[in-house]
Structure formats: structure tokens, C-alpha cells
Ligand binder design. Structure first.
Ligand code: ATP
Length: 245
């Protein structure tokens, strides 16, 4: 096995994945650098979600290799992959999928509580993340009392609260009104940059991709070209990250 480059936090080679014999990925290779925001674009059905699931260890490519911090993920047992996801990765889905019976802070604290962090510390950390994401006033409210944009911000707080190494965001702003989209995504990227969290963002939206450092395009389960994204307005960018690619 050839080891991945040192500055790639995630590295995948030759990923193939099929659903019941229908290919979704056919030989995708990609490196994700430490602290970067990588956009994965491509038309509907191109394989974006499947790629994120393979990179995050939810799906096992067959064949294909995924490495995290220079250690192989594809050879780990199911329980070791689950632990990796719980401890080092965050996931933001297209829909917020909050637990309806829990308040905003309880939802945001779930990854911390799952890791055995004490109730008081988990509540404090979750509350800080809700404040950072401009939904501090949602801490005591249940999801039914929140707008969709507020719910998605709580879901983003949940993904970031455990300060994961990598957050995977699968079209996180798709269900939001146009006015909320850029704002929610900018909040996510700003928070990730300030905490040195790498983001892999699947998106159909070119405006979203413009907030990334780099874009890779999938077409029919294969890589298209890779282009550097233009510098985001407002001073965001690689300079904000302590580790260079
Ligand atoms: N659970 C599944 N069962 C069967 N086929 C699937 C499943 N999930 C995805 N596919 C198929 O695999 C291919 C890639 O799907 P995937 O969701 O990864 O693409 P995508 O680029 O994320 O699409 P979208 O932008 O619509 O979310 C598509 O042809 C899709 O229909």
C-alpha cells in the first residue's frame, strides 16, 4: 500500500461503490488537506453523497482506499469506523434531523454526551456553539418552535460542538430560503476556519462552492477537473488556517 501525502487529512484512491449493481462511484481519487474547505460539486446523481459517505466511513468502497491522518480507514472493523466517526467526524445532512423531544442545547450536546462528557460541561459547550451560530436564543426551545434555518443552525452546532477534525456537509443549505443560504453557509465556514476544522461540502450551488478553498467536480461517478475557488469576500480563505496545504 502506498501511504498518502502527509498534509492530506483525508485521502482516497480508486473508490468504487455500487448500489445493488448500479455504479455510483467508478474510480474516484481525492485528497483533502488539513483545515481546507473542499467543495464537491456535480449534477444530481453524480455521486456526491456517496463520496462523502465513503470518505466518512459510513460506506465501504469496493474496491478503494480511504486514509485518515495517514492511517487506513478501509481496513478498520465496523465498530472502529463507528468510533472514528463519533470521535473525529461530524456530519451535517440536507435536513436537520433534530430529536423533536429535546431542546436546542440538548440536540447540540448529543455528540458530547455520547462521548461520555459530563452534563454540565456538555451543556456549556453546546450553548457556546449555539451562540457562535447565532441561535443562542434557541437553546431552550424544541425543534417544532424553530424555523428551518434555526433548526439547520442547531444541526450545524451539533456537528461542530465536538470539535471534530473533519465535518462532512451534504447540501446543508438546500432546504433553506435563498436569503438564509449564504448566511448559514458563511456561519459554518467561518466557525470551521476559526477552529481549524476541515470541511467537505457537497453542493449543487455555485455560490456555495465559491466559499470553498478548492472544488472537485463529479460527473457520473467520476472526477471532473479540480479548480481552485476564488478568494471568498470578507477576508476568509486559507490564510485564516494555521496549516497550509
Ligand atoms: N440508497 C441507494 N440505493 C440505490 N441507488 C442509490 C442510493 N443512493 C444513491 N443511489 C444512486 O447512486 C447514484 C449517486 O447518488 P448520490 O446520491 O451519491 O449522488 P448525488 O450527486 O449526491 O445526487 P444528489 O445531488 O441528487 O443528492 C445515483 O444514480 C443514485 O440514484
Amino acid at each position: 500500500m502506498v501511504a498518502p501525502p502527509d498534509n492530506d487529512v483525508l485521502w482516497a484512491r480508486g473508490l468504487h461503490y455500487s448500489y445493488n449493481g448500479s455504479p455510483a462511484l467508478t474510480g474516484v481519487s481525492v485528497g483533502v488537506r488539513e483545515c481546507e474547505i473542499l467543495a464537491v460539486t456535480g449534477p444530481r446523481g453524480a455521486g456526491k453523497t456517496t463520496l462523502l459517505k465513503c470518505l466518512s466511513g459510513q460506506l465501504l468502497a469496493d474496491p478503494g482506499e480511504v486514509w485518515f491522518n495517514s492511517a487506513p480507514v478501509h481496513t478498520l472493523s465496523r465498530s472502529a469506523r463507528e468510533r472514528l466517526r463519533r470521535e473525529r467526524f461530524g456530519w451535517i445532512d440536507t435536513e436537520p434531523h433534530l430529536v423533536p423531544e429535546l431542546t436546542g442545547w440538548e440536540n447540540a450536546a448529543l455528540p458530547l454526551l455520547a462521548r461520555g462528557i459530563g452534563h454540565r460541561a456538555a451543556k456549556r459547550t453546546a450553548g457556546e456553539w449555539l451562540e457562535r451560530l447565532d441561535v443562542g436564543d434557541c437553546a431552550r426551545k424544541r425543534p417544532a418552535a424553530l424555523t428551518q434555518a434555526q433548526r439547520q443552525r442547531v444541526a450545524i452546532a451539533r456537528a461542530l460542538a465536538g470539535e471534530p477534525t473533519v465535518v462532512f456537509a451534504d447540501e446543508p443549505t438546500a432546504p433553506l430560503h435563498t436569503a438564509d443560504r449564504a448566511q448559514v453557509l458563511r456561519t459554518l465556514t467561518t466557525a470551521a476556519r476559526s477552529h481549524q476544522i476541515t470541511v467537505v461540502l457537497a453542493t449543487l450551488d455555485e455560490e456555495n462552492a465559491a466559499l470553498a478553498d478548492r472544488t472537485v467536480t463529479l460527473v457520473d461517478g467520476r472526477r471532473g477537473g479540480a479548480i481552485p475557488a476564488p478568494e471568498a469576500p470578507g477576508g476568509e480563505g486559507r490564510a485564516a488556517c494555521s496549516v497550509s496545504a
